[in-house]
Ligand binder design. Structure first.
Ligand SMILES: NC(=O)c1ccc[n+]([C@@H]2O[C@H](COP(=O)([O-])OP(=O)(O)OC[C@H]3O[C@@H](n4cnc5c(N)ncnc54)[C@H](OP(=O)(O)O)[C@@H]3O)[C@@H](O)[C@H]2O)c1
Length: 277
């Protein structure tokens, strides 16, 4: 993959997505999200915090051209009966008939049958088109990929942590991807909660990389379809979008961001522990 501006097919869903996805947690305005989607960042994820301004952007874009955006709703629910009401309220709030993905968030083991049945029912009803799972237990994914390879997976896409500090997925996830048709792969925590951009966390004499280098790091891995960003404002959105223009990291840029990543890994604890880190 030498050009980040070209959309990719997400697994076998048939959906075409821009390489930079946008999460709603950090507060960018409706206009900022709409403009970014129109410039190709068409994967919009209403989670982990469902901010109203982000939901409005999803609705406005969908009304203009529903097929041009890929919309994801997340549920952290462990109670099967709570999933449908939460998705239905969100459909009404956004003003769409379906979400492209229901993301079952933060599963450190395979979700139980009751929960999967509730999610699959929403799929049968046409309220969501596909299922996705996120995990903070990366080693779990090898078994999920095995299930996918047998054609038995309820999930079309998987999401997990990958950044220049936490590169464990290179050992415990990517080598286990099926040789045949692959699931879609999304990654998050690309800036490591901003640590990779913090002058106080740099090795002596080093200045922080631009945020776009964090997204370029994740997207330079051939297994990653979409890297998520979490813009708080227009300037952060612009900087994230710059990753698409700048393309894959050059060898010296990779060497530098990995050196910074190694330094941070040893000295600054993660905000949340991931199994496999
Ligand atoms: N389901 C799950 O298990 C899961 C797990 C992790 C994340 N997520 C979600 O994934 C989405 C993306 O989150 P993320 O943490 O991966 O996003 P991210 O882009 O790696 O991090 C966002 C943080 O980086 C900072 N930042 C981003 N761009 C910047 C820039 N240009 N200059 C300076 N600082 C910048 C922001 O700092 P300030 O806030 O200080 O401005 C913000 O705190 C969110 O919706 C999040 O909730 C979901």
């Amino acid at each position: 993959m030498t050009d980040f501006r070209t959309p990719v097919s997400l697994g076998t869903t048939g959906l075409k997505v821009g390489r930079l996805g946008i999460g709603s947690s950090f507060g960018a305005s409706t206009k900022v999200i709409e403009d970014a989607a129109e410039r190709g960042a068409n994967y919009l994820y209403w989670g982990s915090i469902r901010r109203p301004a982000f939901g409005r952007a999803m609705g406005n874009l969908a009304r203009r051209d529903r097929a041009s955006v890929v919309l994801t709703i997340q549920s952290y629910s462990r109670v099967p009966a709570l999933i449908a009401p939460s998705v239905e309220i969100s459909l009404r709030r956004v003003g769409v008939e379906y979400f492209d993905f229901l993301l079952l968030g933060k599963w450190d083991k395979r979700p139980g049958d009751g929960l999967l049945e509730a999610a699959l029912r929403l799929k049968e009803q046409g309220k969501v088109r596909h299922l996705m799972m996120s995990t903070h237990n990366r080693p779990l994914l090898a078994s999920m990929f095995e299930e996918y390879d047998k054609g038995e997976s309820p999930f079309d896409v998987f999401m997990f942590r990958y950044n220049a500090v936490h590169r464990g997925a290179e050992k415990d996830v990517f080598p286990f991807l099926p040789a045949g048709p692959k699931p879609g792969i999304l990654t998050y925590t690309t800036t490591r909660w901003g640590h990779l951009l913090d002058p106080k966390k740099m090795p002596p004499g080093e200045t922080p990389p631009p945020a776009s280098d964090c997204y370029r790091f994740a997207l330079s891995n051939e297994n990653v379809d979409v890297a998520l960003c979490g813009p708080a404002d227009e300037a952060q959105m612009e900087e994230a979008l710059r990753a698409l223009e700048r393309g894959p990291l050059k060898p010296d840029e990779r060497e530098r961001i990995e050196r910074i990543g190694d330094f941070i890994y040893g000295r600054h604890k993660p905000n949340y522990e991931d199994l496999g880190d």
